[in-house]
Write a protein of this length. Structure first.
Length: 401
């Protein structure tokens, strides 16, 4: 069977029907390019910032580039408060701690410079400083009562897309669960994408964050909430990541691969901000909450098995995309191309040395309990293109074991 798109009258009319109405949110202002970090002082000024809360990765803080940036900001007359209290996935306490530090110093703008944990913490601190309360008060959907301080996000990994999303995820330590603050007040005002900041990532971090971005791209592409705008964005995101993640992993110094990954991750974030994520993220949350697995590793190790589960509903969509990405699959049926695509992701996991659940010492006995928790991550579960039950989720954990 040919993989070429055959537009029957029914398909044309279904497509036109789907395009009749749609919703698409475009936040924030995005400036991108090699060396774009240099634009930070003028962007802070444009937002009326004087007293900056700089939320930064502790490793990055010690680099020459960030030391120079801090000196430049101080020399430009800004008051600088730095928060770098990070280790592992951010907890609700860390979010509160960062906000109270910024509040004490009278900060009026927040800059996040780092990976997803840093950006999420910066976004949350901005709304906590103005609204008061604790991260725990606002976890859920639309629970933040009012706007936060203006924020500028500068990602230094190519993974979370947090620079363009309205979500900030934190671990609730006592319950050993992860939960997101989801609020339109979390959208940053400016995102600065500077590929030069991502070249220092180790191969392991490149792989785990890149797999997270691939999940965002594929999950938003196949989400129940996808529309023709988000699909176009998500497809482009998959394409950039697909062609460049292995290169960025093997040759971290390649600015070309790093640039493509950062822009792919941004597009994937834009896709997820509008179409949401699906079961991969829901099923991975309990692994992060209970066992502290890095977000990208947990998502990556589950991705091919969730795709396999979803294939009966999305094999056309994935198969079509797969052929675009790999012309040698032309001539295969959509189903075959989609299956090959999933097999390729499994090969990536091996090449990237992503562990299996059994290598992480996680016993299958806990899978039913984890599945219960996963089902509570309700929006991604509802977004999944194929209805999914607790036994299905147990089977997915088993497959990833
Ligand atoms: Fe993610």
């Amino acid at each position: 069977m040919s993989t070429r798109l055959v537009l029957t009258p029914e398909k044309v009319s279904a497509k036109l029907e789907a395009m009749k109405s749609f919703r698409f949110l475009c936040h924030p202002e995005v400036v991108a390019g090699d060396g774009a970090l240099a634009l930070l002082p003028e962007k802070i000024k444009a937002l009326g910032g004087l007293r900056i809360l700089l939320v930064v990765d502790p490793f990055l803080r010690k680099t020459e580039k960030v030391k120079n940036l801090q000196e430049k900001l101080v020399a430009s007359g800004f008051h600088l408060t730095v928060y770098d209290g990070f280790s592992g996935e951010p907890t609700t306490e860390q979010g509160d701690d960062c906000a109270s530090w910024g509040k004490k110093q009278g900060c009026n703008i927040v800059v996040g410079l780092g990976g997803g944990s840093v950006l999420d913490t910066a976004k949350a601190a901005a709304v906590l400083i103005t609204n008061g309360g604790s991260v725990r008060d606002y976890q859920g959907l639309n629970r933040v009562p009012g706007p936060g301080l203006p924020t500028i996000m500068v990602p230094t990994t190519a993974g979370t897309g947090s620079e363009v999303t309205f979500t900030a995820v934190f671990v609730r330590r006592e319950e050993r669960k992860k939960a997101g603050i989801n609020s339109p007040y979390l959208y940053p005002q400016v995102a600065i994408l500077d590929p030069e900041l991502t070249v220092t990532m180790s191969p392991a971090v490149t792989a785990s964050t890149g797999l997270d971005a691939l999940c965002h791209a594929l999950e938003s592409y196949t989400s129940q909430q996808a529309n023709f705008v988000t699909e176009a964005i998500s497809r482009q995101a998959v394409s950039l990541i697909w062609k460049n993640l292995p290169r960025a992993f093997a040759d971290g110094a390649s600015l070309e691969a790093r640039r493509a990954m950062l822009y792919g991750s941004f597009l994937a974030g834009l896709g997820l901000a509008n179409a949401g994520v699906t079961a991969v993220h829901a099923i991975s949350y309990p692994l992060g909450g209970r066992f502290g697995l890095a977000h990208g590793v947990a998502n990556g190790l589950l991705l091919p098995y969730v795709l396999e589960f979803n294939l009966p509903e999305v094999e056309d969509k994935i198969g079509l995309l797969a052929v675009e990405l790999n012309p040698t699959w032309t001539g295969k049926s959509r189903k075959e191309a989609a299956c090959d695509f999933v097999q390729e992701i499994k090969a990536w996991l091996t090449a990237f040395q992503i562990p299996r659940l059994k290598n992480l010492g996680i016993s299958p006995e806990v899978f039913p309990e984890l599945a219960k928790d996963a089902l509570l991550v309700s929006v991604p579960i509802q977004n999944n293109p194929r209805p999914i039950t607790a036994p299905d989720i147990v089977s997915i954990y088993q497959a990833a074991w």
